[in-house]
Design a binder for this molecule. Structure first.
Ligand code: ADP
Ligand code: MG
Length: 763
């Protein structure tokens, strides 16, 4: 029996999914696999676990598990469901990369999809679960897809054992053929239940012209106009990344301060206090001598950054033109920036996936009285979270995505037009509580050129980490795996080749013809080294470095370098355009200081040869030495959050290494001394062992045939030159041979994470 508060009960009854409870529970009772579709906000995530709980699932010793592709959703949804059910968080719990509150009492467990994948590696039959809900399946995140493939096999096995497992796949769109029509996946088509959501009409306003590049400025002007001219109602703005979120928040807060200047200051203090608190807690949890770190946590085994996600959606709101809400809100143009106006307080909140959970939670609370809520968000607000009270959506129409070249692996972050489905989903956010308006900062002609849906993630990125995980599950023929949408054969071959080169898979027998060879390669079994690598929570290249790191007491350094290479964006972005002259000066000063610090961190002696990796090592060392404070990071252009994450990952990797090779027994030392000359040489070789296919050779002036090769490097796979970035510590040295972490294309093709190597090391 669940004891809900009257307010909660009332709010629940308004959710469309409540009317379908019986139909849903009946279908689940009758079928091993059920697909449930319903618009965002219809109540799937918060209500279905409650239906199951009340129907007695999770009553004995078994658990109801729900996976989310995003950490944000796993945390906030577990909190929301606990609140709705009036149950403590050790009963309705969550588990994400580094943290969780799962207890022996847990009945409902929200987790990221990666966490569940790791659990399958430990217990293939998932014996502790009675039900698994795969939420946000329409997002088509790689791990969601893999989980559905694995569960399609686990469910029949559990039925055979007489302890059936129920699988519920939930989607915000009706685009589910990849799951239902795929006979290899589910030979018997699972029933599909549709929940009709109450969605109020949303009027879509297109810009007449499409701004060329300054969409953040355009967002700023549009929000300002809405705020000045239109009646009350929350505003939700979609931009592409964290940096834009912050810059837009800053501009809007400055323009419409809600507690005057002092207030804004307090807010910042607030944030510092929070960071300081986090730090204190960390320190408290840090044992004195030998670290007994938390057991290796579960879902961080990919070095690939979590994409902000791009989503496939069905159409959202109506489109009409010419209402009052068009008035003066046409194309905002580049009109002058006005004076700050404290008579119109705007309560501006950022929202993106790396934001601390307690800050994310703010968007669900009502804004201070007399203010209007304005949430500046990335894609996270597109489907996983429903923010109450949003009436106006401002959509820049763009999305930041990482693109990979299938052959060369060169990646670039590109800001691109989103898909039509995604844009409609964004518009739909305005119509949850009353009729709303969506302002698209692009023309309807541009919209009609958008692709209809974005392709699933698994078809767009390298898959060596997945292939290694699958081989570790003894799935040798990965091509035969029941993927909802398979990765391209090229990507699978590239993954197997890399894993063979790293020694994680057995070298296939030599076969005459290429075709036969490829076929043979695709079923290479995992090696003992591969198993060790699979147990580290990082991508195979980095796992290889860890596996070799034992030599010459290099492990603490290797762990630190790997942690630093794996965490996104160590350094603050200082090359960004400044909001105003004042900031321009600050940025310039800071950049000079950071470059100077980097020189110090790279060291004067042999360490220099380790290049950018030495800078990372030095930065982490210096940070730890100073006690890792927000102010130290701020002064030195380091991202405090990244440094905290590196610390956690170092702890985790230390635990992983210690449990694999108890004889080395290493410590997480906050006062790491710089590596010796011979250690530096070992480190360079260890790094090269993971990046052996990422070698570049400098083109010398006497070889120059074409000016574009000046200071350029040649790599085996690319026609065009690649370069060392001016921010790299090796920019002035230009060593003859280097290895790089990756190539990212911005204005040029730049190598990231560069370290020099000796030519005689190259096989
Ligand atoms: P779905 O999963 O179908 O998108 P949800 O179950 O997430 O829907 O949301 C159902 C309702 O619960 C929404 O109207 C939303 O506003 C409300 N809700 C969800 N999370 C919270 C929260 N943390 N605080 C307040 N309301 C919430
Ligand atoms: Mg949901």
């Amino acid at each position: 029996p669940v004891d809900r508060s009257p307010e909660i009960q009332e709010a629940r009854l308004k959710l469309p999914i409540l009317a379908e409870e019986q139909v849903i529970m009946e279908a689940i009772k009758e079928n091993p696999v059920v697909v449930l579709c319903g618009e965002t906000g219809s109540g799937k995530t918060t209500q279905v676990p409650q239906f199951l709980y009340e129907a007695g699932y999770g009553s004995n010793n078994d658990i109801i598990g729900i996976t989310e592709p995003r950490r944000v959703a796993a945390v906030t949804m577990s909190q929301r469901v606990a609140l709705e059910m009036n149950l403590p968080q050790d009963v309705v719990s969550y588990q994400i990369r580094y943290e969780g509150n799962v207890s022996p009492e847990t009945k409902i467990k929200f987790m990221t999809d990666g966490v569940l994948l790791k659990e399958i590696q430990k217990d293939f039959l998932l014996k502790r679960y009675r039900v698994i809900i795969i939420d946000e399946a329409h997002e088509r995140s790689v791990y969601t897809d893999i989980l559905i493939g694995l569960l399609s096999r686990i469910v029949p096995l559990r039925t055979k054992k007489g302890t059936p497992l129920k699988l519920i796949i939930m989607s915000a769109t009706l685009r589910i053929e990849d799951f239902t029509e795929n006979k290899r996946l589910f030979p018997i088509t699972p029933p599909v239940i549709k929940v009709n959501a109450r969605q109020f009409p949303v009027t879509v306003h297109f810009n007449k012209r499409t701004p060329i590049d300054d969409y953040v400025g355009e967002c700023f002007r549009k929000v300002s106009k809405i705020h000045r001219m239109l009646p009350s109602g929350g505003i939700l703005v979609f931009v592409t990344g964290q940096a834009e979120v912050h810059s837009l928040c800053r501009r809007l807060r400055k323009m419409f301060p809600h507690r005057g200047k002092q207030g804004a200051k307090d807010d910042e203090k607030d944030e510092d206090a929070l960071d300081a608190k986090a730090l204190k807690e960390f320190k408290k949890s840090k044992p004195q001598k030998k670290l007994n770190l938390p057991k290796i946590s579960l879902d961080n085994y990919s070095a690939l950054p979590v994409d902000e996600g791009d989503e496939d959606r069905e159409a959202g709101g109506d489109e009409e033109e010419g209402s009052d809400f068009d008035l003066g809100l046409g194309d905002a143009g580049s009109d002058e920036e006005e004076e700050s106006d404290s008579s119109l307080p705007l309560y501006v909140l950022p929202l993106y996936s790396l934001l601390a959970p307690e800050k994310q939670a703010k968007v669900f609370r009502p804004p201070p009285s007399g203010t209007r809520l304005c949430v500046v968000a990335t894609n996270v607000a597109e489907t996983s979270l429903t923010i109450p009270g949003i009436k106006f959506v401002v959509d820049c129409g763009k999305v930041k995505k990482r693109f990979y070249d299938k052959v060369t692996g060169v990646s670039s972050f590109r800001v691109e037009w989103t898909s039509q489905a995604s844009a409609d989903q964004r518009a739909g956010r305005a119509g949850r509580t009353e009729p709303g308006h969506c302002y698209r900062l692009y023309s309807s002609a541009v919209f009609s050129d958008f692709e209809q849906f974005s392709p699933p993630e698994i078809t767009r990125r390298p898959v060596e980490d997945l292939v290694l995980q699958m081989k570790d599950l003894n799935i040798e023929k990965v091509v035969n795996f029941p993927f909802p949408t398979p990765p391209s054969p090229d990507a699978l071959i590239a993954a197997e080749e890399l894993l063979i080169a790293l020694g994680a898979l057995e070298e296939p027998p030599k076969v005459g013809r290429l075709k036969a060879l490829n076929k043979a390669k695709l079923s290479s079994p995992i090696t003992p080294l591969g198993r060790v690598m699979a147990s580290f929570p990082v991508a195979p290249r980095y796992a290889k470095m860890l596996a070799l790191g034992k030599q010459q007491d290099c492990l603490p350094y290797v762990i630190t370098i790997v942690a630093a290479m794996t965490v996104r964006e160590l350094f603050e972005e200082l090359d960004r355009p400044a909001v105003n002259d004042e900031e321009q000066v600050t940025l310039k000063g800071k950049k000079a200081r950071v470059l100077q610090m980097q020189k110090i961190w790279a060291g004067q002696g042999p360490g220099q040869k380790l290049g950018d990796l030495m800078v990372m090592l030095g930065a982490v060392g210096a940070c730890e030495y100073s006690g890792l404070t927000p102010s130290f990071c701020e002064r030195n252009g380091l991202r405090y959050k990244a440094m905290l994450e590196i610390r956690r990952l170092r702890g985790q990797l230390t635990t992983a290494v210690n449990s694999l090779c108890p004889d080395v027994s290493i410590f997480l030392d906050s006062k790491m001394s710089p590596p010796t000359e011979s250690q530096v040489n070992f480190l360079r070789q260890i790094v090269m062992s993971g990046l052996g296919d990422h070698i570049a050779r400098r083109i010398h002036p006497e070889e120059l045939l074409d000016k574009k090769w000046k200071n350029g490097y040649k790599t085996p796979l690319l026609e065009d030159p690649v370069f060392i970035h001016p921010n790299s510590s090796l920019f002035r040295q230009l060593p003859d041979f280097v290895v790089f972490q990756e190539i990212v294309e911005t204005t040029k093709m730049y190598m990231k994470g560069v370290s020099s190597i000796e030519p005689e090391w190259i096989p």
